[in-house]
Design a protein around this ligand. Structure first.
Ligand code: 5GP
Length: 111
């Protein structure tokens, strides 16, 4: 099923883009939870971590490497990545995405 992130990838819905390559797209979250809140998503349609396959191994590593580059380019030394998987865990958009959150003190444990 097409999600809002598919529409962002296709350009149907605009986004505040931070980074883009042939495998992924990163853009600012529309409802930021911290001074820096960026989402990095694969161009490939994968609903959540529950659906990843062995063949996605390289892509998943790529997303994390890009997350590090993006966080560093935003000047973040301390930052958090979040991947919500499933409704009970807070996932609202069923297209895999990594939250990159930083720019303020982050508490633990999360809610
Ligand atoms: P989830 O709750 O699924 O882990 O995260 C989905 C995130 O997508 C939320 O933080 C939400 O603010 C963000 N989001 C939802 N719709 C849009 C949109 O149209 N544009 C952008 N940039 N972010 C969105």
């Amino acid at each position: 099923m097409k999600t809002i992130f598919d529409k962002i990838i296709s350009g149907e819905i605009p986004c505040d883009e931070v980074f883009s390559d042939d495998k992924c797209l990163a853009f600012k979250d529309i409802t930021p939870q911290a001074p820096t809140h960026i989402l990095i998503i694969p161009r490939k349609r994968i609903p959540s971590l529950n659906q990843i396959k062995k063949e996605d191994q390289v892509l998943l590593g790529h997303l994390l490497l890009k997350a590090r580059e993006i966080a560093n380019s935003c000047g973040l030394e301390s930052w958090r990545t979040v991947i919500n998987t499933g409704e009970e865990a807070g996932q609202t958009v069923f297209h895999l995405h990594i939250h990159i959150i930083g720019g303020r003190k982050l508490n633990w444990p999360p809610g």
